[in-house]
Design a protein around this ligand. Structure first.
Ligand code: 13P
Ligand code: SF4
Length: 309
Protein backbone atom coordinates (compact mmCIF):
# COMPACT_ATOMS: atom_id res chain seq x y z
CA UNK A 1 0.00 0.00 0.00
CA UNK A 2 1.39 3.39 -0.99
CA UNK A 3 2.41 5.89 1.66
CA UNK A 4 1.68 9.63 1.61
CA UNK A 5 4.69 11.86 0.84
CA UNK A 6 4.18 13.92 3.96
CA UNK A 7 3.80 11.43 6.82
CA UNK A 8 3.78 14.18 9.47
CA UNK A 9 0.70 15.86 7.96
CA UNK A 10 -1.01 12.54 7.28
CA UNK A 11 -0.49 11.41 10.90
CA UNK A 12 -1.81 14.76 12.18
CA UNK A 13 -4.94 14.37 10.04
CA UNK A 14 -5.53 10.83 11.29
CA UNK A 15 -5.07 12.05 14.84
CA UNK A 16 -7.95 14.51 14.39
CA UNK A 17 -10.11 11.97 12.62
CA UNK A 18 -9.65 9.29 15.32
CA UNK A 19 -9.51 11.69 18.27
CA UNK A 20 -6.24 9.96 19.09
CA UNK A 21 -3.34 10.80 21.38
CA UNK A 22 0.21 9.72 20.51
CA UNK A 23 2.27 8.73 23.55
CA UNK A 24 5.97 8.13 22.92
CA UNK A 25 8.84 6.85 25.04
CA UNK A 26 12.20 8.65 24.97
CA UNK A 27 13.80 5.62 23.28
CA UNK A 28 11.75 6.10 20.11
CA UNK A 29 13.29 7.40 16.89
CA UNK A 30 13.56 11.21 16.79
CA UNK A 31 10.83 11.69 14.17
CA UNK A 32 8.34 9.76 16.32
CA UNK A 33 9.29 11.88 19.35
CA UNK A 34 8.74 15.01 17.24
CA UNK A 35 5.18 14.09 16.32
CA UNK A 36 4.12 12.75 19.74
CA UNK A 37 1.63 14.61 21.94
CA UNK A 38 3.46 13.47 25.02
CA UNK A 39 6.97 12.04 25.50
CA UNK A 40 7.88 10.49 28.79
CA UNK A 41 9.34 7.76 30.94
CA UNK A 42 7.31 4.68 31.86
CA UNK A 43 5.65 6.38 34.84
CA UNK A 44 4.82 9.57 32.96
CA UNK A 45 3.39 7.56 30.08
CA UNK A 46 1.16 5.47 32.33
CA UNK A 47 -0.02 8.60 34.15
CA UNK A 48 -0.89 10.16 30.79
CA UNK A 49 -2.65 6.95 29.72
CA UNK A 50 -4.65 6.99 32.97
CA UNK A 51 -6.02 10.48 32.35
CA UNK A 52 -6.28 10.97 28.58
CA UNK A 53 -9.70 12.00 27.22
CA UNK A 54 -8.79 10.70 23.73
CA UNK A 55 -10.74 7.80 22.17
CA UNK A 56 -7.65 6.14 20.72
CA UNK A 57 -4.21 5.74 22.31
CA UNK A 58 -1.38 5.28 19.83
CA UNK A 59 1.48 3.92 21.90
CA UNK A 60 4.92 4.52 20.43
CA UNK A 61 6.82 2.33 22.83
CA UNK A 62 7.00 -1.37 23.62
CA UNK A 63 4.30 -3.95 24.26
CA UNK A 64 4.21 -3.86 28.08
CA UNK A 65 3.69 -0.06 27.96
CA UNK A 66 0.80 -0.28 25.48
CA UNK A 67 -0.64 -3.19 27.48
CA UNK A 68 -0.55 -1.06 30.64
CA UNK A 69 -2.42 1.67 28.76
CA UNK A 70 -5.05 -0.90 27.71
CA UNK A 71 -5.39 -2.23 31.27
CA UNK A 72 -6.14 1.35 32.36
CA UNK A 73 -8.47 2.00 29.40
CA UNK A 74 -10.45 -1.14 28.50
CA UNK A 75 -12.90 0.84 26.36
CA UNK A 76 -10.33 2.67 24.28
CA UNK A 77 -8.62 1.41 21.16
CA UNK A 78 -4.91 1.04 21.98
CA UNK A 79 -2.61 0.74 18.97
CA UNK A 80 1.05 -0.32 18.88
CA UNK A 81 2.88 0.35 15.56
CA UNK A 82 4.68 -3.02 15.71
CA UNK A 83 3.35 -5.87 17.85
CA UNK A 84 6.84 -7.44 17.95
CA UNK A 85 8.13 -4.49 19.99
CA UNK A 86 8.71 -6.53 23.13
CA UNK A 87 11.27 -6.24 25.95
CA UNK A 88 14.04 -8.60 27.05
CA UNK A 89 13.22 -7.95 30.69
CA UNK A 90 9.55 -8.79 30.25
CA UNK A 91 10.56 -11.90 28.26
CA UNK A 92 12.91 -13.03 31.04
CA UNK A 93 10.01 -13.63 33.41
CA UNK A 94 7.53 -16.33 32.36
CA UNK A 95 4.36 -16.71 34.41
CA UNK A 96 4.86 -20.44 35.22
CA UNK A 97 8.46 -19.92 36.33
CA UNK A 98 7.49 -16.87 38.31
CA UNK A 99 4.65 -18.73 40.04
CA UNK A 100 7.18 -21.39 41.18
CA UNK A 101 9.63 -18.70 42.32
CA UNK A 102 6.92 -16.87 44.23
CA UNK A 103 5.79 -20.09 45.94
CA UNK A 104 9.25 -20.36 47.55
CA UNK A 105 8.63 -17.08 49.42
CA UNK A 106 5.04 -17.27 50.66
CA UNK A 107 5.50 -14.42 53.17
CA UNK A 108 6.88 -11.94 50.63
CA UNK A 109 4.87 -9.32 48.84
CA UNK A 110 5.71 -8.89 45.15
CA UNK A 111 6.81 -5.54 43.75
CA UNK A 112 7.25 -5.77 39.98
CA UNK A 113 8.90 -3.35 37.64
CA UNK A 114 6.40 -2.23 35.00
CA UNK A 115 8.62 -3.95 32.36
CA UNK A 116 6.71 -7.24 32.63
CA UNK A 117 3.68 -8.91 31.08
CA UNK A 118 0.09 -8.52 32.30
CA UNK A 119 0.34 -12.09 33.67
CA UNK A 120 3.26 -11.10 35.93
CA UNK A 121 1.46 -7.90 36.94
CA UNK A 122 -1.55 -10.01 37.92
CA UNK A 123 0.75 -12.01 40.26
CA UNK A 124 2.15 -8.82 41.82
CA UNK A 125 1.03 -6.66 44.72
CA UNK A 126 2.47 -3.37 43.51
CA UNK A 127 3.97 -2.20 40.21
CA UNK A 128 6.80 0.32 40.10
CA UNK A 129 8.95 2.05 37.52
CA UNK A 130 12.55 3.21 37.74
CA UNK A 131 11.36 6.66 38.85
CA UNK A 132 9.27 5.53 41.83
CA UNK A 133 10.79 2.16 42.88
CA UNK A 134 12.76 3.59 45.83
CA UNK A 135 9.79 5.68 46.98
CA UNK A 136 7.46 2.66 46.85
CA UNK A 137 9.80 0.25 48.65
CA UNK A 138 10.29 2.90 51.35
CA UNK A 139 6.53 2.85 51.99
CA UNK A 140 6.52 -0.88 52.82
CA UNK A 141 6.77 -1.66 56.58
CA UNK A 142 10.33 -2.73 57.50
CA UNK A 143 9.31 -6.22 58.72
CA UNK A 144 7.55 -7.05 55.42
CA UNK A 145 9.77 -9.19 53.13
CA UNK A 146 9.70 -8.29 49.43
CA UNK A 147 10.25 -10.06 46.11
CA UNK A 148 11.43 -7.62 43.45
CA UNK A 149 11.09 -8.64 39.78
CA UNK A 150 12.16 -8.87 37.01
CA UNK A 151 15.24 -6.56 36.81
CA UNK A 152 18.10 -7.60 39.09
CA UNK A 153 20.05 -4.39 38.39
CA UNK A 154 17.24 -2.04 39.35
CA UNK A 155 16.53 -4.40 42.27
CA UNK A 156 20.11 -4.21 43.54
CA UNK A 157 20.11 -0.42 43.17
CA UNK A 158 16.79 -0.09 45.07
CA UNK A 159 18.11 -2.41 47.77
CA UNK A 160 21.19 -0.19 48.21
CA UNK A 161 19.10 2.99 48.29
CA UNK A 162 16.56 1.70 50.79
CA UNK A 163 18.78 -0.57 52.91
CA UNK A 164 16.23 -3.36 52.37
CA UNK A 165 16.93 -6.98 51.53
CA UNK A 166 15.03 -7.78 48.36
CA UNK A 167 14.57 -11.25 46.88
CA UNK A 168 15.51 -10.61 43.25
CA UNK A 169 14.33 -12.25 40.07
CA UNK A 170 17.46 -12.50 37.90
CA UNK A 171 16.32 -10.63 34.77
CA UNK A 172 18.18 -7.90 32.93
CA UNK A 173 17.85 -5.56 29.97
CA UNK A 174 19.86 -6.47 26.87
CA UNK A 175 20.50 -2.79 26.21
CA UNK A 176 21.65 -1.65 29.63
CA UNK A 177 23.80 -4.71 30.31
CA UNK A 178 25.78 -3.96 27.15
CA UNK A 179 27.43 -0.77 28.43
CA UNK A 180 31.08 -1.29 29.04
CA UNK A 181 32.78 -0.10 32.23
CA UNK A 182 36.05 0.04 30.33
CA UNK A 183 34.65 2.25 27.56
CA UNK A 184 33.03 4.58 30.09
CA UNK A 185 36.32 4.99 31.93
CA UNK A 186 38.08 5.70 28.61
CA UNK A 187 35.46 8.37 27.81
CA UNK A 188 35.82 9.90 31.27
CA UNK A 189 39.59 10.10 30.81
CA UNK A 190 39.08 11.82 27.45
CA UNK A 191 36.42 14.18 28.93
CA UNK A 192 37.33 14.60 32.61
CA UNK A 193 34.81 17.44 33.01
CA UNK A 194 31.89 15.27 31.86
CA UNK A 195 29.22 14.04 34.27
CA UNK A 196 28.31 10.37 33.90
CA UNK A 197 24.55 9.88 34.06
CA UNK A 198 23.12 6.35 34.08
CA UNK A 199 19.86 4.43 34.16
CA UNK A 200 19.48 2.03 37.12
CA UNK A 201 19.03 -0.89 34.70
CA UNK A 202 22.82 -0.68 34.12
CA UNK A 203 25.14 -3.21 35.75
CA UNK A 204 26.80 -2.35 39.09
CA UNK A 205 30.18 -2.02 37.32
CA UNK A 206 28.76 0.93 35.34
CA UNK A 207 26.59 2.46 38.06
CA UNK A 208 29.54 2.80 40.43
CA UNK A 209 31.03 5.40 38.06
CA UNK A 210 27.81 7.40 37.74
CA UNK A 211 27.51 10.96 39.06
CA UNK A 212 23.74 10.66 38.79
CA UNK A 213 21.38 7.67 38.48
CA UNK A 214 17.73 7.94 37.47
CA UNK A 215 14.88 7.15 35.11
CA UNK A 216 14.94 8.61 31.60
CA UNK A 217 12.91 11.65 32.72
CA UNK A 218 15.15 12.11 35.76
CA UNK A 219 18.30 11.93 33.58
CA UNK A 220 16.82 14.50 31.19
CA UNK A 221 15.89 16.87 34.02
CA UNK A 222 19.27 16.47 35.72
CA UNK A 223 21.17 17.24 32.51
CA UNK A 224 19.08 20.38 31.93
CA UNK A 225 19.41 21.73 35.48
CA UNK A 226 23.09 20.87 35.94
CA UNK A 227 25.63 23.66 35.46
CA UNK A 228 27.93 21.14 33.73
CA UNK A 229 28.20 21.23 29.95
CA UNK A 230 29.18 17.67 29.00
CA UNK A 231 27.42 14.41 29.83
CA UNK A 232 28.22 10.77 29.20
CA UNK A 233 24.81 9.17 28.86
CA UNK A 234 24.54 5.50 29.92
CA UNK A 235 21.07 4.63 28.71
CA UNK A 236 19.40 4.10 25.33
CA UNK A 237 20.63 7.00 23.14
CA UNK A 238 17.11 7.90 21.92
CA UNK A 239 16.85 10.15 25.00
CA UNK A 240 19.68 12.32 23.65
CA UNK A 241 17.27 13.77 21.07
CA UNK A 242 15.30 15.49 23.86
CA UNK A 243 18.44 16.42 25.81
CA UNK A 244 19.96 18.07 22.76
CA UNK A 245 16.68 19.78 21.80
CA UNK A 246 16.26 21.25 25.28
CA UNK A 247 19.91 22.23 25.71
CA UNK A 248 21.51 22.78 22.27
CA UNK A 249 24.64 24.29 23.84
CA UNK A 250 25.43 21.15 25.90
CA UNK A 251 27.31 18.06 24.74
CA UNK A 252 25.80 14.61 25.19
CA UNK A 253 28.03 11.61 24.54
CA UNK A 254 26.27 8.26 24.23
CA UNK A 255 27.95 5.57 26.32
CA UNK A 256 29.13 2.93 23.85
CA UNK A 257 28.80 -0.82 23.99
CA UNK A 258 32.00 -2.86 24.38
CA UNK A 259 32.58 -3.41 20.66
CA UNK A 260 31.02 -0.11 19.55
CA UNK A 261 28.08 -1.96 17.96
CA UNK A 262 24.68 -0.29 17.80
CA UNK A 263 23.53 -2.59 20.61
CA UNK A 264 23.09 0.38 22.95
CA UNK A 265 19.92 0.99 20.92
CA UNK A 266 16.88 -0.99 22.04
CA UNK A 267 16.05 -3.30 19.11
CA UNK A 268 12.43 -3.54 20.29
CA UNK A 269 11.82 0.18 20.68
CA UNK A 270 13.39 0.79 17.28
CA UNK A 271 10.99 -1.59 15.52
CA UNK A 272 8.50 1.28 15.53
CA UNK A 273 8.94 3.67 12.61
CA UNK A 274 7.05 6.74 11.41
CA UNK A 275 5.68 4.61 8.53
CA UNK A 276 4.35 1.96 10.91
CA UNK A 277 2.92 4.69 13.15
CA UNK A 278 1.00 6.06 10.17
CA UNK A 279 -0.15 2.61 9.05
CA UNK A 280 -1.39 1.52 12.48
CA UNK A 281 -3.54 4.67 12.66
CA UNK A 282 -4.80 4.34 9.09
CA UNK A 283 -5.67 0.63 9.49
CA UNK A 284 -6.54 0.71 13.23
CA UNK A 285 -4.31 -2.29 13.78
CA UNK A 286 -2.27 -3.85 15.45
CA UNK A 287 -4.49 -3.40 18.46
CA UNK A 288 -3.69 -4.44 22.06
CA UNK A 289 -6.29 -6.80 23.52
CA UNK A 290 -6.51 -8.46 26.92
CA UNK A 291 -9.06 -10.73 28.59
CA UNK A 292 -11.22 -8.93 31.13
CA UNK A 293 -10.32 -11.47 33.83
CA UNK A 294 -6.58 -10.82 33.44
CA UNK A 295 -7.08 -7.08 33.03
CA UNK A 296 -8.88 -6.71 36.34
CA UNK A 297 -6.15 -8.67 38.17
CA UNK A 298 -3.35 -6.64 36.55
CA UNK A 299 -5.11 -3.32 37.18
CA UNK A 300 -5.00 -3.46 40.98
CA UNK A 301 -1.18 -3.35 41.39
CA UNK A 302 -0.98 -0.60 38.75
CA UNK A 303 -3.55 1.47 40.64
CA UNK A 304 -1.54 0.95 43.85
CA UNK A 305 1.53 2.28 42.03
CA UNK A 306 -0.31 5.38 40.80
CA UNK A 307 -1.54 6.05 44.35
CA UNK A 308 1.91 5.55 45.92
CA UNK A 309 3.88 7.59 43.33
P1 13P B 1 12.11 4.60 32.11
O1 13P B 1 11.71 5.41 30.92
O2 13P B 1 10.95 4.42 33.03
O3 13P B 1 13.28 5.18 32.79
O4 13P B 1 12.47 3.13 31.62
C1 13P B 1 13.46 2.82 30.75
C2 13P B 1 13.19 1.59 29.98
O5 13P B 1 14.02 0.76 29.76
C3 13P B 1 11.88 1.42 29.45
O6 13P B 1 11.79 0.20 28.89
FE1 SF4 C 1 13.16 -3.55 27.59
FE2 SF4 C 1 15.66 -2.73 27.81
FE3 SF4 C 1 14.32 -2.17 25.62
FE4 SF4 C 1 13.68 -0.94 27.93
S1 SF4 C 1 15.57 -0.74 26.79
S2 SF4 C 1 12.27 -1.84 26.44
S3 SF4 C 1 14.09 -2.58 29.39
S4 SF4 C 1 14.88 -4.21 26.34
Amino acid sequence: SSLPDDLFTAIKELKQELNAVILAHYYQNSDIQDIADYIGDSLGLSQQAARTPADVIVFAGVHFMAETAKILNPDKLVLLPDLDAGCSLADSCHPEDFARFKAQYPDNIVISYINCSAEIKAMSDIICTSSNAVKIVNQIPAHQPIIFAPDRNLGRYVSQQTGRDLVLWQGSCIVHETFSERKIIELKVAHPEAKIIAHPECEASVLRHADYIGSTTALLNYSLKSSEKTFIVATEPGIIHQMQKSAPEKVFIPAPALNNCACNECPYMRLNTLEKLYLCMRDKTPEITISEDLRVKALLPIQRMLEMS
